[in-house]
Design a protein around this ligand. Sequence first.
Ligand code: SF4
Length: 69
Amino acid sequence: MRLVVDLTRCQGYAQCVFLAPEVFELHEDEALLYNPAVPDDQLERVRQAAAACPVQAILVGQEASVGAR
Ligand code: SF4
């Protein structure tokens, strides 16, 4: 499943890192890194992360295709 994070929206709240640490990683300078190709066994966690993100910066699946530039 495809994943896109809108880094212009992301405020580094790290909710996604807590919910799906195998996909999202936050570095010391608050730059968010993520795996854009979500493994199937991480999909549910990523969906939870998308729902929990305070600024709705996480787009998965169909949303990611629409949101990608
Ligand atoms: S939860 Fe949202 S705002 Fe927070 S680090 Fe993840 S993508 Fe960024």
